[in-house]
Design a protein around this ligand. Structure first.
Ligand code: SF4
Length: 391
């Protein structure tokens, strides 16, 4: 690539990044309002995972890289897609239902991604919280669990209070400070019981990756979860106010301990005390033991996969088929691809030396140096080295 095309490529990507940032800010302002004026349920979920990361994200706004902006935007795109899918079925669905209340002197708001409502065969509510992720987890993360369980509990306990609001896709208010039955009456002409205990209420977590989806639930309303949400909200509000007074000092805020996936992508890891402790850090032992087990399982799985693949290759070779073989749920065939090509550096150096000698250039050209120049070193690669300590 020429220098000019490199510059133009970067400029194009920067335009996309800026566009994504502006669009994401506008969307967030329209639908969520001023996020520093209240504690949101995503704050509560984050606080559950790591109090320090939660408070830091409220204190310090970061300029997102293109890859981070895309990751965040992917969440919005997925959400829109799920909304379209639900609407296409003609379901009664409320997107981004807002619940706004006070716990003590702390303003708390929950934004429910999708709330589905129906009356027959019985009155029922399903709350969907959509999460976009790179890899689907086997179990929901603790923070997501608290977020959806908390939303479900709040909807049930605030059912008849004027704390619910709805906006359209541009953020224009459609209904404000209504009870939940009132919202359903206004928007769907649907009469619901005045008491949430007459209604079947469930929360579900829907995790989506680019290729697959996994749902976790049901989560039911319960008082204990609600109390946990209120406690977290008060702790977030108070710690955040304290840190603001101390010019963003995070020293007194606890951080997640032990192995935590969140730390991989945390924007506040550079000065996190978690990584500045003593050389003896027993909190990592469970993660390393798990890594050992997973590597063993991978070895075992690789060998099982090889065994089956070899058997199928042999079956195909011995069959008369020249195309696909159907098995009912699958089809298989053998394909032949070209072998790997590699460059023989010694042979190339010999050939170049001969050619330069023939052209009388051997004195002015150092073949080894020339080849070295053509072999730029890539970025250093990080490797995790682990060893089992023999007891
Ligand atoms: S690096 Fe980990 S422990 Fe430290 S603030 Fe981030 S998430 Fe929390």
């Amino acid at each position: 690539m020429t220098h000019s095309s490199v510059v133009r490529t970067q400029a194009l990507l920067e335009v996309i990044r800026q566009g994504l940032l502006v669009s994401s800010r506008t969307q967030s302002r329209n639908m969520l309002g001023n996020r520093s004026a209240y504690v949101g349920m995503s704050d509560v979920g984050k606080y559950m995972e790591c109090p320090r990361a939660c408070i830091a994200s409220r204190l310090f706004a970061r300029e997102d890289s293109l890859s981070r902006a895309l990751t965040l935007q992917r969440g919005h795109w997925f959400e829109e897609g799920v909304g379209d899918a639900l609407e296409a079925l003609g379901l009664h669905v409320i997107p981004q239902l807002e619940l706004s209340l006070m716990t003590g002197n702390v303003p708390l708001r929950a934004h429910l991604d999708f709330t589905l409502v129906w009356r027959t065969p019985r009155q029922a509510i399903r709350i969907l919280e959509v999460k976009s992720m790179e890899h689907l987890p086997a179990h929901p993360y603790a923070g997501h669990h608290l977020q959806i369980a908390g939303q479900t509990s709040l909807l049930a306990s605030c059912w008849n209070e004027p704390v619910f609001s709805m906006k359209d896709a541009t953020g224009k208010p459609l209904s404000a400070q209504c009870s939940f039955p009132e919202i359903c009456r206004r928007h769907f002409g649907m009469e619901l019981s005045e008491c949430s205990s007459d209604v079947n209420i469930e929360g579900w977590l829907l995790c989506l990756s680019m290729k697959d989806a996994r749902a976790f639930g049901p989560f039911f309303p319960d008082r204990e979860t609600e109390a946990q949400v209120f406690t977290c909200a008060r702790q977030i509000w108070n710690s955040w106010k304290e840190s603001q007074k101390e010019n963003g000092l995070l020293a007194s805020i606890p951080h997640a301990s032990g192995f935590h996936l969140l730390c991989n992508t945390c924007e506040f890891s550079h000065d996190c005390p978690k990584f500045r402790e003593e050389a003896f850090q027993p909190q990592w032992e469970p993660a390393l033991a798990k890594l050992d087990r997973l590597r063993e399982q991978r070895k075992e799985l690789d060998s099982q996969i090889r065994e089956i693949e070899n058997a199928l290759k042999q079956a195909y070779s011995q069959s008369a088929s020249q195309g696909w073989i159907e098995t009912g749920g699958h089809r298989f065939r053998l394909s032949i691809s070209a072998g790997r090509r590699s460059l023989n550096r010694v042979m190339l150096a010999d050939r170049l030396t001969e050619a330069f000698q023939a052209a009388g250039l051997c004195k002015s050209i150092d073949v080894d140096a020339l080849l070295g120049e053509c072999e730029p070193e890539g970025e250093p690669i990080q490797r995790l080295l682990t060893k089992t300590i023999k007891q």
